[in-house]
Structures are given as structure tokens and as C-alpha cells.
Design a protein around this ligand. Structure first.
Ligand code: PGA
Ligand code: ZN
Length: 425
């Protein structure tokens, strides 16, 4: 029986307010969860309720969302015996009554939804990943580490948002993360030597001003070699250019560097060239969320070669994913809990993706916290890969540390797929 629900306003890694919720079952099992927040958000994401009161946190306060938990949601759920995650989430979805959770706020609803999963894990005395999905074996994810930040995540001149390294030629997560960190540190010394700035962006990747977007990939390849690894064989590159941010009047604008405008076809030509030139295994949001035609053409041309992940276009939404599957868009989906707003809908989207042969790529947001739920989610769903930032900043490392703990606890029940975690590999 739910005996207590309480929320408060806390802060995320950018210093913006976000919602933390505590949910208690049977007086003594309390789960606590904090929701993250994006910057390059998809248009169809569930609504993150912000106060808009300019006298507090530039309008970004979440007092209303917190009050919705403490009054409306708590009043409805307190004293209830809830049989499952889905039952809890359906109560809140009904209570909200809107298609995009705009009344109570997806930040309010998700905080409670995640806190419930954690409280149930405590009650049953099992780890969170097992509460999310019970299995005999679990796949540990390849950490796709975002070592160079651009786009809306950094104040540099790089148009594309994320340049990731995927250390896949490893026997375990523990070894993969070591390879990734060694490369991260070698990248820092290379940037330093070239006279580039080594301050980091929102997700902990370096954010230098570079001569071109290509140079970002080239310095990464140099760093892989300097760290003693072989590009492609040991460590590959993943990209999230977040092109919805570049989309303007049917064209793609290099909004941070040259201001040049190109068509979908020209952008696709760039990706085809990059893929033939560099060891790229995954491309997320290679086309914009409102460029479905571009997405279809890109999937036809490149969908048999690499993993094409839909983030902004799908928004972790099962309804939109179905449409994408029917239209031949992407072969993988990015999974962000707060894009859809409940744990059970997130799991539903993941199931749907797997049923149709799509991969799932579990993701943090650019505004994160010490909450590590996504580490458990990646293991629970055996998604095979996760992106949760670079090799520094504690809100990113918290997830890696949780994965290290999980792998140790699982022992031989933990598998590591390496390169096979990626579509077409
Ligand atoms: P966001 O960025 O959290 O700012 O939306 C992450 C992404 O685009 O994948
Ligand atoms: Zn993205």
C-alpha cells in the first residue's frame, strides 16, 4: 500500500530546477527519483511543466509540478494498493487526462513513476533492473561517450551536437569504460597540444572551436590511436548531429559555423561520405524531426549499413514509432523516459521496437542529476548500448558507476555484446 508521496524542487546539472519525488510503500520502503531535462527537445515530447514566473529561476521553476504531486497525485494514490507499474502509471495518465501530460506535467508524473519502481525494488529486496524486467541474463551496455560537444550543448563553433566514442572491443563494461576514459584523457592532451580550449560542454565532452565539423571526428580518431587502440576495430565513432536544431524552412543551416544552407539530399551525401571515410557505427537524428521524407531516403540508403537512431522524430512515443516503422524510418530508437513521461510507457515503446527488429539506445538528457535509473533501465532491457555523457562530470559518471556495480553484482549473468550491440554489425 502506498503510504506517502512527496515531491520537492531540486536542481539539475545546469542549475535549473527539476522535480524530485519520494514514494513510500508500507511505511518503510521509500523510493526516490529525480527527472532530467533536455535542451534540444523534440516537439512531440510530453510536456515539462515550468512555472513561467520570471521572478523565480527565469521562469524555469517547477513549483506547480511539485504541487501537483503533493496535492493531486498524492491525494489520489495515497492508501491505494497498486498491483503493477502499469496500474500506477495508468492512474496518473487518467488523472492528467491530456495526450501529452500537460495538465500535471510529465516531470511530476515521471518522478512518481520512477520513485514507485525504486520503492517496489526495495520492498521486494531486488535490484532496480530486476524490478524493471526479470531475466536470467542481462546484457551490459557499450558506453557511447560523448567526448566532443557542439550544437545547443556548447558555446563553440561546432554545428553537430554530439561526437561519441564507442569502446566495443572489450570483454566487459568495466574494460570498455576504461578504454573510453583513456581515450577521453588522450583527447584532452591532443586538444591541448593543438592549442584548443579544453573546457567541457553540458554532457562533459570537450567543446573547442574547431576548423570544421570533420575536425571533431579527426581529433577523436587521433585520440583513439594515441590511447593505444585501433579506430574501428577497438573503438568506433557514433554521432548525434541533432539536425532538428539545424532545420529551417526545409533546409539545414550550419548555424554555428559557416551559415551555409543545404538540402536533405546534400546532408545525406555528407553522411554517406563520412561513413565511408570514418569508422562510424551509429548516426542519431541524421535528419530533422519534421523531415520524414529525408528520413525515409536516408534509411533506404544507409539503413542496411549502420544504426540509424530516431530521437526527436520518435520522442520515445509508441504511436509515433509505429508510424516510423510503417514508413521505413530508422532502424533504432533513442529512449528517454521523460520524452514520454512514465516508466511503463517507456517499457512499452522498447518492447514495440524489439518486436519490429529495431534497436533501443538508452539515453540521458543534457540536463541531468545524480539519479541513475537509466543505468538500470539499460541493463533491464538488455539494450546493448547507452549514452550518458563523456568521461567526466559526476551526473554522467554516476550512471557509469552504477553500471560498474551492476556488472559486479551480476557476475557471469552479465553479458557484453561489444560491436554486436549495434545494428548491422
Ligand atoms: P537533449 O539532448 O537532452 O538536450 O535533448 C540529447 C539528445 O539530443 O540526444
Ligand atoms: Zn539526440
Amino acid at each position: 500500500k502506498i503510504t506517502k508521496i512527496h515531491a520537492r524542487e531540486v536542481l539539475d546539472s545546469r542549475g535549473n530546477p527539476t522535480v524530485e519525488a519520494e514514494l513510500t510503500i508500507n511505511e518503510n520502503c521509500t523510493g526516490k527519483a529525480i527527472v532530467p531535462s533536455g535542451a534540444s527537445t523534440g516537439e512531440k515530447e510530453a510536456v515539462e511543466l515550468r512555472d513561467g514566473d520570471l521572478k523565480r529561476y527565469n521562469g524555469k521553476g517547477v513549483v506547480q509540478a511539485v504541487n501537483n504531486v503533493n496535492s493531486i497525485i498524492a491525494a489520489h494514490l495515497k492508501g491505494k494498493s497498486i498491483g503493477s507499474q502499469m496500474e500506477l502509471d495508468n492512474h496518473m495518465i487518467e488523472l492528467d487526462g491530456t495526450p501529452n501530460k500537460s495538465k500535471l506535467g510529465a516531470n511530476a508524473i515521471l518522478a512518481v513513476s520512477m520513485a514507485y519502481a525504486k520503492a517496489m525494488a526495495l520492498l521486494r529486496n531486488i535490484p532496480l533492473y530486476r524490478q524493471l524486467k526479470d531475466a536470467n541474463e542481462y546484457v551490459m551496455p557499450v558506453p557511447c561517450m560523448n567526448v566532443i560537444n557542439g550544437g545547443r550543448h556548447a558555446d563553440n563553433n561546432v554545428d553537430f551536437q554530439e561526437f561519441m566514442i564507442a569502446p566495443h572491443n572489450a570483454p566487459s563494461f568495466r574494460e570498455a569504460i576504461r578504454m573510453g576514459e583513456e581515450t577521453f584523457h588522450s583527447l584532452k592532451s591532443i586538444l591541448n597540444k593543438k592549442g584548443y580550449f579544453t573546457g567541457v560542454g553540458d554532457e562533459g565532452g570537450f567543446a573547442p572551436n574547431l576548423k570544421s565539423n570533420e575536425e571533431a571526428v579527426e581529433v577523436i580518431l587521433e585520440a583513439i590511436v594515441k590511447a593505444g587502440y585501433k579506430p574501428g576495430e577497438d573503438i568506433s565513432v557514433c554521432l548525434d548531429p541533432a539536425t532538428s536544431e539545424m532545420w529551417e524552412d526545409g533546409q539545414y543551416v550550419f548555424f554555428k559555423s559557416t551559415q551555409e544552407k543545404i538540402s536533405s539530399q546534400q546532408l545525406l551525401d555528407i553522411w554517406a561520405k563520412w561513413i565511408s571515410q570514418y569508422p562510424i557505427v551509429l548516426l542519431e537524428d541524421g535528419m530533422a524531426e519534421n523531415d520524414w521524407e529525408g528520413w525515409e531516403i536516408m534509411t533506404k540508403q544507409l539503413g542496411g549499413t549502420i544504426e540509424l537512431v530516431g530521437d526527436d522524430i520518435f520522442c520515445t512515443n509508441p504511436g509515433i514509432l509505429i508510424k516510423g516503422i510503417k514508413q521505413g524510418v530508422a532502424n533504432s530508437i533513442l529512449i528517454k523516459l521523460n520524452q514520454i513521461g512514465t516508466v511503463s510507457e517507456t517499457l512499452e515503446t522498447i518492447d514495440l521496437a524489439y518486436q519490429h527488429g529495431y534497436n533501443c539506445f538508452i539515453s540521458h538528457r543534457s540536463g541531468e542529476t545524480e539519479d541513475t535509473t537509466i543505468a538500470d533501465l539499460a541493463v533491464a532491457t538488455s539494450a546493448g548500448h547507452i549514452k550518458t555523457g563523456s568521461g567526466c562530470r559526476s551526473e554522467r559518471i554516476a550512471k557509469f558507476n552504477q553500471l560498474l556495480r551492476i556488472e559486479e553484482e551480476l557476475g557471469i549473468a552479465a553479458k557484453f555484446q561489444g560491436i554486436k550491440a549495434f545494428k548491422n554489425k
